[in-house]
Write a protein that binds this ligand. Structure first.
Ligand SMILES: [Cu+2]
Length: 505
């Protein structure tokens, strides 16, 4: 034991001396090299271990010893080109070659001798701020490391918990935004409850110059980072990193623990697993006071959580950021595949499949009430006065509003104003006003390619609705559109729609 420690001391003296001789890039806050700390005899008497670091989504096995150790951590910084999404590549800056960085596991009370090694192929200096460190910069000031260099500092893991680490070299948003984050678990002295599986997942967003899915090698877009508008929000560094054959797995009856963190650099996560309830959540990764039976847990940027649950029924469970466009449009989606026997009491599976048309949007159901009112009004009106033309149009408008609020609003927006550059407006649209038959044709057959609406050009696609809507529904929805938001127009008849539907072009 003693000799091992001496060798280590000698080795660190040597690397310390080397670092002292080499020209050091002058960094903001980079400390001068102090040489190895003189550690007290009780620390020198600790057994020495080299930490085994593990790539996501795996974690090192639980620590079983019941005494502190001096743990040597060697973490290597690498700048690597890897897949961000299908056909999309990115130059990731990493701790260990992957995003997130290697998982580090130590025990409360351990003294950690940390070596940050910056690979010679790196283009830039990097450092590390471990949130588990008590001391200025969380280690960053002592860990500034030029390419082809190695820095060393020592800290004691005083407080149990799951902590994020990240690079803190300027410009910090760019270093974190390129993937420089990971986690270190400081296991409580008393250990953690035994579980069957442990996984490591981190969320982070990528500010690429190209839009989501734009192919080729992408680079970091500072403008988008400032606006906090990332095209990608992903788990474990890439779209699809946890799906298909890379999905997390478990068997029915097993207890699963997920160490979940957010690297950011900016966004927080509403972490949720579709179809699971977390039996226990350790909010903000404070391991002392778990909450029970939680659906979604909020995880701050630069923060973490630990969730535990028993897999009770087989199937695929979807990990998401429940800020849901991030899951379905930006990549924050993973899978946990649970295999084993069904339990049809806990979950039956699909029992019946029948057609159901819900009341869709609230505006739509308001409109249904109004329709009913108008029906009675018409009935009364017919009794008293046969002049009912105006009411018929009003009725079409109300019916059409229901169609609109169930379908068109998703793109053209409830106020008909559309979204600039993406969905053209229907409110005050000169294009719509110019040719009503053309509008009928668009709704039935769809539209793609460039169009200019109110001087704004859009080059997108609207899906055809002829298989979805009846002639009457098309007539009603366009009557609504032509008589709403300041638009003025006649009623469109179902006969006209039918004629256009049957046109041969
Ligand atoms: Cu860095």
């Amino acid at each position: 034991m003693k000799t091992r420690r001496l060798i280590l001391l000698l080795a660190s003296l040597l690397t310390g001396a080397a670092a002292g001789l080499a020209p050091r890039a002058s960094a903001e806050g980079a400390d001068k090299v102090l040489g190895p700390a003189t550690l007290p005899p009780e620390v020198l008497a600790m057994p020495v271990e080299t930490a085994v670091l593990v790539a996501p989504p795996r974690v090192p096995p639980p620590i079983t010893r019941n005494y502190p150790a001096l743990v040597v951590v060697n973490l290597e910084v690498r700048e690597v080109v890897k897949k961000l999404a299908d056909g999309v590549e990115y130059t990731f800056w990493t701790f260990g070659g992957d995003v997130p960085g290697r998982f580090i596991r130590v025990r409360e009370g351990d003294v950690v001798e940390f070596h940050l090694n910056n690979h010679p192929s790196s283009k830039l200096p990097h450092n590390i701020d471990l949130h588990a460190v008590t001391g200025p910069g969380g280690g960053a000031a002592s860990a500034f490391t030029a390419p082809g260099h190695s820095s060393q500092f020592t800290f004691q893991a005083l407080s149990p918990g799951l902590y994020v680490y990240h690079c803190a070299t300027a410009p910090v948003p760019m270093h974190i935004g390129n993937g420089m984050y990971g986690m270190i678990l400081v296991q409580p002295k008393e250990g953690m409850a035994k579980v069957d599986r442990e996984y490591y997942v981190m969320q982070g967003e990528f500010y690429t110059t190209g839009r989501y899915g734009e192919e080729g090698l992408q680079s970091f877009d500072m403008g988008k980072a400032l606006d906090e508008r990332p095209p990608y929000v992903v788990f474990n560094g890439a779209v699809g990193s946890l799906v298909g054959e890379r999905a997390l797995t478990a068997n029915v009856g097993e207890t699963v623990r997920i160490f979940f963190g957010v690297g950011g650099p900016n966004l927080v996560s509403s972490f949720h697993i579709i179809g699971e309830i977390f039996d226990r959540v350790y909010p903000e990764a404070s391991l002392n006071h778990p909450l029970e039976n939680v659906q979604t847990t909020l995880v701050p940027s630069g923060g973490a959580t630990v969730v535990e649950f028993q897999a009770k029924v087989p199937g695929t469970y979807i990990l998401v950021d429940h800020s849901i466009t991030r899951a379905f449009n930006k990549g924050a989606l993973g899978m946990l595949k649970v295999s084993g026997p069904e339990n049809r009491v806990i979950y039956s599976g699909k029992e019946i499949d029948a057609v159901y048309l819900g009341s869709q949007a609230d505006e739509g159901s308001e409109s249904q009430k109004r329709e009913a009112e108008l029906k009675t009004q018409i009935a009364e009106e017919i009794k008293a006065n046969p002049a009912i033309a105006g009411l018929t149009k009003e009725m079409q408008v109300e019916k059409g509003k229901q169609v609109f609020m169930g379908l068109c609003f998703a793109c053209h927006q409830p106020d008909g104003k559309g979204l600039p550059g993406i969905f053209p407006p229907l409110a005050g649209s000169d294009y719509l006003k110019a040719d009503h038959d053309r509008a009928v044709r668009i709704v039935l057959k769809g539209l793609s390619g460039p169009v200019t609406v109110n001087g704004m050009s859009i080059n997108s696609a609207m899906p055809p609705q002829e298989a979805v809507l009846t002639d009457a529904q098309v007539a009603d929805v366009l009557t609504f559109v032509l008589n709403s938001w300041g638009n003025t127009g006649e009623a469109v008849s179902a006969e006209r729609v039918k004629a256009i539907r049957n046109e041969t072009r």
